[in-house]
Design a protein around this ligand. Structure first.
Ligand SMILES: NC(=O)c1ccc[n+]([C@@H]2O[C@H](COP(=O)([O-])OP(=O)(O)OC[C@H]3O[C@@H](n4cnc5c(N)ncnc54)[C@H](OP(=O)(O)O)[C@@H]3O)[C@@H](O)[C@H]2O)c1
Length: 218
């Protein structure tokens, strides 16, 4: 039975990922910040906050030696329209959660990903420098651009273990973060993400793609 760890699975895309993988018979490990108990049958709940390395290490200790897939999903949004509304007070939280947090999780849990396995991070087109035509959302854009740099670097570091590493854009999804006016249903986004993940190979590592499989500019 294939196995997956989803980091940040209490709601939204993370919760739908664990629901769909469990529904397909995968062994599922799901981290949440606050004990939930209701994630679903066959889903092992672990407590971790990506800004708290000790909690990640403790969660990793409960994992089997060799999982197939690690999904770094945890993230927070930001709302700055422009420089005038840049919120310096919130900046550390956005960077710590979206940029550093996934790498801390990869460090704590990556040793449990089998050689030839996969690590993917939920990034965003808003983290693309090449595709930035809209502006705004400084801290979110910068945190995801930093995440992308980290993911590309991780892909290089993990090549000797033939672990495929990718940054994924889920679409603009109807979740707490995406809002009710978003374009994509969470079930459709996750079905697409799972198709993309299933197509990853060690030779296709270090890519940035959307939930439909389209390559994105960094
Ligand atoms: N929705 C979109 O349109 C969209 C578009 C592009 C990219 N993304 C990315 O996709 C990912 C999931 O987004 P979503 O729409 O599902 O967001 P969401 O509904 O707001 O859910 C965010 C998830 O991240 C968790 N989280 C936040 N901070 C955390 C921390 N410090 N440690 C551990 N978990 C933490 C939350 O847990 P709590 O319940 O404990 O807060 C929650 O499970 C994010 O990385 C987001 O940036 C989303």
């Amino acid at each position: 039975m294939p196995s997956v760890v989803v980091v940040g699975a209490s709601r939204g895309i993370g919760r739908e990922l664990v629901r769909q993988y469990a529904g397909d018979g995968w062994q599922v490990f799901a981290t949440v910040r606050t004990a939930d108990g209701g994630l679903g049958q066959g889903i092992t709940e672990l407590i971790a906050d990506v800004t708290d390395e000790a909690s990640l290490t403790a969660a990793a200790a409960a994992l089997p030696a060799a999982v197939d897939l690690l999904v770094l999903n945890a993230g927070v949004g930001s709302r700055e329209a422009g420089l005038a509304t840049l919120d310096a007070g919130r900046w550390p939280e956005v960077m710590a959660t979206n940029a550093l947090g996934p790498l801390l999780a990869a460090r704590a849990i990556g040793g449990h990903v089998r050689d030839g396995g996969m690590i993917v991070a939920l990034s965003s087109t808003l983290g693309s420098i090449g595709a930035n035509t809209g502006g705004g959302l400084y801290s979110y854009r910068m945190s995801k651009a930093a995440l992308n740099a980290g993911i590309k670097t991780l892909a290089i570091e993990l090549k000797p273990r033939r672990i495929a590493v990718a940054a994924l854009h889920p679409g603009w999804v109807k979740t707490d973060m995406g809002g009710a006016g978003a374009e994509v249903e969470v079930g459709d986004s996750v079905a697409g993400l799972r198709r993309v993940i299933a197509g990853l190979t060690p030779d296709k590592t270090g890519v940035f793609v959307d939930y439909r499989g389209n390559a994105l500019p960094w």
